[in-house]
Design a protein around this ligand. Sequence first.
Ligand code: PXP
Length: 243
Amino acid sequence: MTTRIRLGVNIDHVATIRNARGGDHPDPVAAAELAVVAGADGITAHLREDRRHIRDDDLVRLMAALTVPLNLEMAATEEMLAIALAHGPAAVCIVPEKRAERTTEGGLDVLGNQPGLRPFVERLAARGARVSLFIEPDKGQIEAAAAIGAAVVELHTGRYAHLTGDAAAAEVARLATGAALAAARGLEVHAGHGLTFANVGAVAAIPEVAELNIGHFLIGEAVFTGLADAIHAMRAAIDAARG
Ligand code: PXP
């Protein structure tokens, strides 16, 4: 069992607030540096095709400023591949991206697009990135991720985050089964999307989960308590679930 889960803090929504007024405040890079001081093990940022979160110059500044690994989330497009290869982030998470979606909906269809995705995985890995694929905890998707040479799968917890009671418990079981299968196939297991203080424990308790990537809730909570306190409390909730 991985005893200590790494916490990746996603700073996209600091950029969302900045972008609402078109200026340079609040600065997502300053937030990332603060998150690291507060205990983030990595920083995650999604450079979207429409640049609604971080922008190209944020990526340049993140690469220069960070003392922890940057996990760049990106769609499998030639434009994003060229950017990732130019900057060389420590990790890349390939995500599905639809222009009209409010956030990343559903996982990547690796099973249905193995020939298309394999070159992305290979070229990013050759550049030194630890490549992860953001997928549903589905047997076929996990097997396909292993088959095309990904090092990591990030299991999509968005569905779980919207459920309660027995339905949530059933989805946790699906995540746990998926995590065990992924680990058996030699994949490192990450998880994320929609996680909060209230729901993180069940995911953190899955023994194969090595990293959680959390953004929207932490940035929202920072309005009330400050980002450092929000990160400390999330860290405590994760550690408590690990026992
Ligand atoms: N992991 C991935 C792959 C994501 O796309 C996102 C959302 O950008 C997250 C984690 C974080 O989700 P949330 O902002 O809901 O915590």
